[in-house]
Ligand binder design. Sequence first.
Ligand code: THU
Length: 160
Amino acid sequence: MEQLSITTTFNVYPSAAALPADVQQLMEKAVAARNNAYAPYSKFRVGAALLLDNGEVVVGSNQENAAYPSGLCAERVAIFHSGAVYPHAKILKMAITAASEGRLVDSPIPPCGACRQSIGEYELKQDTPIEIWFMGEEGKVYCSESLKNLLPLVFGSKDL
Ligand code: THU
């Protein structure tokens, strides 16, 4: 047998204030989106903002439902919103932030597995990496230069 080892790398910034100016602006849009989350059940609000190659910014926030599985995460709301409105634009960057009513979220909140798979579909479709920047309410910000760092063995159309 042989072993396959995969190393993933994240760039770590000490705070939102230390981000490059364009990402800081995108993160501010993610914070504004977070404030529009509909999260009466979890009281955990997530906002996502996408910068597209046509200069547009598309946002999303988590939208919950009394039938819990019918709700959707912020990242997928944003990415499907972008696919619906600008189907031919490439997504350059995604900023994500989360806040809870129950505690101060001071460490980076990564996208869930289902969101990683959905982001992966778009990264494969556009054939260029999507930068993913994620944080809590405050504290460190992690940057992944591609979805592949978060989901190395992504399942895609090539596997069908
Ligand atoms: N949530 C997101 O919006 N994104 C994630 O990646 C993780 C979880 C939402 C879903 C649900 O509304 C709440 O956070 C608690 O799980």
